[in-house]
Design a protein around this ligand. Sequence first.
Ligand code: GAL
Length: 657
Amino acid sequence: MRRTTARRCTRCDWQAQRRTPEIAGAARRSTHRQAAAAVTRNRVMKSLLLALLMCLPLSAGAQDTTPEALRPSAHFSVYGHGAAATPPMGFNPWNAFRTEVDQARILAVAEFIEQHGLQQAGYRYINIDDGWWLKRGADGRIQIRTSMFPIATVDGGAASFRAWTDKLHAMGFKAGLYTDVGRNACSQAFDRHSPNLPIGTAAEREIGLQGFEAGDLRTMFQDWGFDYLKVDACGLADFGQGSEPVLQSGHQAVRPLIVRRDPVATDRTGVETQYARVGRLLAALNPDEDYVLAICPWGEAGVRDWGGRHGHLWRTSPDIEPTWDSMLVNLDSTVGRELYAGPGRWNDPDMLAVGLGEFDDRHLVNARSHFSLWAVLGAPLLMGFDLTQAPASLIELLSNPEVIAINQDPAGNQASVVVNQGDLQVLVKPLAASGERAVVLFNRGDTATSAQVTPAQLKLADGAPYQARDVWKHQALATQRGALQVRLAPHEAAMFKVAGAPVIGDAKLLTEMTGRIHVAVDGAPDEVSRQSTPGLVPRADLSPSGVPLRIAGQSIPYGLGALANSRFEVRLGKDFRQFSTRVGLQDGARRDAGVVFRVYGDGRLLQEVTAGAGDAQAVPVTVPVDGIDVLELVAIASPQAKAALPPAIVWGDAQLR
Ligand code: GAL
């Protein structure tokens, strides 16, 4: 979000911001509640009068200066549910076979998945990763390496994967493929000695999408019948002037849009634009929405902020390696991002390393923890080892129905972290059924420790009894009151499903339904400041800097914490009658000027309040929301605010009933 800078009369513009067309529209159209309409009309009159009084000479032509991004969109502008209403589950061969990705190996794994209960447990995407191409033909069409996929051979015609996808479909699976958003693929940069790289001239070896998007996607989805596409990004990153693939393999040099680990040099908008194109083309090719787009720039180029606008899952981190430390790095890339995920859009900390290295059957504690964490975060569950060699212990682990049900819960809430102390983390995922939550108590470290989670952290009524079930031991505990306590071995994660009385009886906290929230604008003023403060994103029940929410010295246990100049879209789906919250500036935020909080319903302004400067208390807001599909919460910092960063604000106790 960039601030509007051209201003004639700041005071005047600030007032004019309040006189939006929506306000007048709200007063005219509102038929829901007489009382609310009257309040709105009063506000309109007040705003108009104030604006008139303060800047009469400008008022006739004064424009609403609310930046475009902070105006209501009146719709939920991220992916529909499509085929990824719950996190995709399946198999990806990359970590097992790399470019030795032949048909027989993948098929053997698919048959194993079918025959050993894993398909029934939910694993249904069988994907091909890097290594399947032969070259791009003179006609511009992409060709398959039929020596590895003999099934693709077509007598007298161009090779086609149609028989492959037909086979998988007949087995009850969905079929996935891999490509790159640039001209070249990752294997051409990092597996340069593989015998299975594309062949021919530099142009023939340009097997990525760039320049061929429409044709390639039509081939893959319409002609070949794939259901899932992973789109990698090495073509935008690793083929710069002087790079090894250019110098040693004769690839054409391209100016990298992604400079790895250098967000300032990376062209974030350029990368997003390319993926947006792929997203639009795939949507057009799949009117039934039965497709999945996996975006794979490894957490670079701000994809964690925009991935959900163009695809169903997006990588938040570098490739997982089968080590404990790598798993933790990838875990941390997704934790705290609970407001970005929901049905149809998932943070992807990469495939499961279960079955490999430090997560094999000799490391079952590690493997269980890794699986528990991915499950509670709502991460895609893509197995990545040669399952034909899988011991019973790993099959049992990967098909645990209770853990999978938590991952696949229809509400699609990503767990948020409620305890973060040294090696101890506690993550809580609200489930769809009222009062049900999943909780993981996790010991990252090498020494045993004790852990607990309180009813308040579980968003359950304090003192009331609740049930807890250990989903690894498949055992219900005795009825609990007070904190749930466990002892954790090194690297152990205990995982429970709990059910009790929700903390606020008849209402539902907004942070119990993060899957319905889309961060449309996060408030970070421009690319550079966003990039220099990683992690300064809106959070559930915490401020963007990760501290508990507080307004005017009062602690606010639940709510959305964000920077001002932010806008949230909340998909109500006409399920609620009333929204209430108390808003204010987060303690510690600079309070040299006020913040305007606006609540919109389907694009109409429902309520506007200003939480003032100084030591202003939280301001209560209650609005009816009957029949409303999309609620929008907008906070706008005064243009008079002096700090470079908009102040942190709180939508405290935000709840729906
Ligand atoms: C990486 C990607 C991996 C795998 C590999 C293939 O960029 O993150 O998951 O697809 O490319 O070369």
